[in-house]
Each structure stands twice: as C-alpha cells, then as structure tokens.
Design a protein around this ligand. Sequence first.
Ligand code: SAH
Length: 405
Amino acid sequence: MSNIINLKIKAKYIQEYQDKYPLIQKEILENIDDLEEEGTVINLITSNNKFVARGYYGQQNKGYGWVLTYDKSEKIDTNFFTKKIKESIEHRKSFYEEAEQNITTAFRVINGEGDGLGGVTIDYFDGFYMITWYSLGIYTFKDMIVDALKTNVENSALYKGIYEKKRFNTKGQYLENESDFICGIQAPKPIIIKENNANFAIYLDDGAMTGLFLDQREVRKNIRDKYSAGKTMVNTFSYTGAFSVFSALGGAKKTTSVDLAKRSLPKTQEQFSVNKIDSDSQEIIVDDVFNYFKYAVKKQYKFDMVVLDPPSFARTKKITFSVSKDYVKLLKEAIQITNKNGVIVASTNSANFGMMKFRQFIEKAFRELNGRYKVLETYSLPKDFRVCNEFKEGDYLKVVFIKKM
Ligand code: SAH
C-alpha cells in the first residue's frame, strides 16, 4: 500500500490547482522536505487544510508528479485505474473498430495527463499493449495498473499481451530491461502492424524504441495520398524511414532518407521490404543532416518535397542542435534544395513553443532568403493522443505543409 501525505500549496498557486492544472510542480509546495518515497500519494491542501487535489510523487523532467483526482472521496487503487482505463478505451472506440477491420492496428490508448493519468502512456500494437512509465513514482502503481488494464482488455478477441518500457530518469531515457514482456503471449520479433493499410515492422522488446512514432499517423497518410505521386522527396532525420515509405507507397518517383544513426539503414530497408518495395530503388543515407544539406546545396540537388522532423534536442560529436535555436537555419537549408512549387513538411515535437512561434520561424527563414511561400495545411496531435485544456504543453506536435512559391 502506498504512503499518503498532506502537502500545503503556497497561497498564490491554489487557484491554478482548483482550476485543474494537473502537473505538481516543485515550487508550489510548502513543505517539500516531507516528500521521501516516489509513489507516495499526495493530498494537496490549502494552508487551512482544505482539500484541493490528490496525486502522486514522481520525479520527471516536467515536475514532481501528477494530480489524479479532484474528488476527496476517491481512493487511488485498482478500481480507480480500472475506471480511468475504461473511459479512455471508450474514447478510442473508432480506433478499435479500425483495428478490427485491419486498417490501422496501432494507436495510443492512454495519453498520460490527457487521460487523467500523468506519467504513463499505453499504446496498442495489434493486440499487444505497451505501457511506458515515465517515473519511478508511477511505476510503484504497476501491479494496480496492469490488473486494471487486464480487467478492461483481457476478454477481448483482439487481446494478445502486455509489454512495458521504463523511462524513469529525469531525461526520459530508456532503462535497459532484461525483457520488457509482462504477460499474455510473447510477440513475434517483429510484429507487423497496419497503418492506414500500410505495413510496419514493430519491435516490442528491442530497447527504447518500437520503430514508429504514432503521433505522425495523419501526416504520413497525407503525404502518401496528396503529395507524393510522381514526386522526388528527401526525408531528413528519417529514423526508420516512415515518411519515405508512405511517400513511396503514394507513388513517389524516388525517396531519399537521411539519418545519422547507423541502424537507420537496415531499419529503413526493412520497412520498405515489409511493404514490398525494393529498397535498392530508394536512397538511404547515413549522415549528419547538416552535412548532407551542405553537400546537396553544392551539388544543386532539388526535390519536390523535403520533410524536416528533427528531435527537439540532439548532440552529436560536432554540434548541439536545439529546435528553438536552429530551426530557422534548418528551414533555410531545406528551402534551397526545394523546387519551385515544391513542398516542405516542417515538423516539430518541441513543447517549448507553440504554433505561433513555429510559424514565425517559417516566416523568418523565407524572409532572410527573400523567398515567398504559402502555408497549405497544418497538423497537430491526432485524436488518440488526447490532450487536456488545462495542460496546453501536452499539445506538442506542430506540422506545417509549406509550398515554396
Ligand atoms: N522523422 C522520424 C523521427 C525522427 S526521430 C519519423 O517520423 O519516424 C529523430 C532522428 O533524428 C533519430 O533517428 C536520430 O538518429 C536522428 N538525428 C539526430 N540528429 C541528427 C543529425 N544531426 N543528423 C541526422 N540525423 C539526426
């Protein structure tokens, strides 16, 4: 059983939490030294002991834990998690229907605080559930949450098993586990999931990443269905090549994928091959994107589409890249290798700035090159990546389709 403690909120922050801000931040707490073990249940109270909210202690880069309920009578137990997961599954009814029809069989079931469960996400991959724990604090509720998940899904014909990823340390880095398997049947390595009828090889028990970022699903579909036929494209920061695969499936003349990581080469080849595309007909380059841009500009390469989807922060031997500092520079390079009337797909998952600021980066890049452009479409998180109004930072994804005039 978890410990429970009462912690006072400083007066000036009380309103914010009464208005249901879900993240427990260090600076709002009066008697912080009373916090010892992660996983301790915290009652946030006013200076005259009035109940405000109940959550748990768990250190993450984002804060000191998350509020789970504003109802004083609600206990944090298996029942609580069962109810939360049930409600979240109901919210994804249309996704389960698409899974049954074998159209898309990978989506998010619990999106942390967006579903009222900060610090944990649960993704669905063709009958397997992948739980990601973002703090030791939430991990102390593992048995309750796994039981609650089982109660909700075990009897479904689709259910196969449960896996986990621990990303405890404050940087959200993955902790090596002998195996990430929890229960049910063991998944093949890889499993092949469907995304809008395309195939994708997913590894549930092979380190930090599964191979696919589910939040870009709609962007990939859009690239395939509307922007690829007969076009050339370059996909920078390509990881396992998901954007390239969708572009090739949409009839691209040729795709070029560029990523620094050596493993991106075989991983990308694999994703082409599970879609019956000969990867030899596509270009896959292992290189620093900044090097590649220099080379491409020098060679005067031009593409009909350039995809830019960098990590928010990356450090290589030579340079440190941070989106808010370097996106304009990146865009300027991309503009130079885009054909007139070509399209740049500019994407960022940085929670540090919003769409307004991102649009300003785009404006600045074109202005500095005396170029003209038109924004064709914008995308944010898909519906399964549920966000709550009280925590705007959770709505991190920004994607802009830009036409170079
Ligand atoms: N766009 C991808 C996800 C990108 S993840 C997708 O939709 O699937 C970020 C990727 O950037 C990682 O694969 C990492 O290896 C790569 N990366 C980071 N810094 C890089 C750099 N300077 N040059 C090339 N690739 C880089």
